[in-house]
Design a binder for this molecule. Structure first.
Ligand code: SF4
Ligand code: FES
Length: 137
């Protein structure tokens, strides 16, 4: 039987399937406080936020690490969506980007968006980087 372990923190359940790991080390490099190969358990999900866990796991090349969230997002769906991501340039308006997305802000904070996100392209938004409709004024 294939071994599978799950660790839940901050709305994200990390799924670990050791049989698939190709030891790329991306996980350890991405979140050394969470992925600690020399400790037990080696995954300490409580040491990062949900978005940080998702971002690190998205870099696992083998599928040994995956996740699902309480909102019903799964790493497989996110990968599929990323491969088909679309940016629509609206006439005299924002850039409409199809989610799910992880946004890394200028101050380093991160935010996850699940559907369409409008990014201001005119520079007038009071809610940058998002469009607030000011381009019409
Ligand atoms: S990123 Fe994935 S494949 Fe690489 S070491 Fe971590 S679990 Fe294994
Ligand atoms: S594009 Fe809408 S406010 Fe800038």
């Amino acid at each position: 039987m294939d071994v599978k372990k799950e660790y839940t923190h901050d709305g994200v359940t990390v799924v670990w399937k050791p049989g698939l790991c190709i030891h790329s080390g991306n996980c350890v490099r991405g979140l050394p406080n969470v992925f600690k190969p020399d400790e037990k358990p080696w995954i300490q999900a409580e040491n990062a936020s949900g978005p940080q866990l998702m971002e690190a796991i998205d870099r696992c090349p083998s599928g040994a690490l995956s996740y699902y969230t309480t909102e019903g997002i799964t790493s497989e769906e996110k990968k599929d969506a990323m491969e088909k991501s679309k940016v629509e340039v609206l006439n005299n308006g924002p850039l409409m980007v199809s989610g799910p997305l992880e946004i890394v802000h200028a101050d380093g904070s991160t935010e996850t968006k699940n559907r369409n996100t409008a990014f201001c392209r005119c520079g007038n938004s009071g809610n940058k980087p998002f469009c607030d409709g000011s381009h019409k004024g």
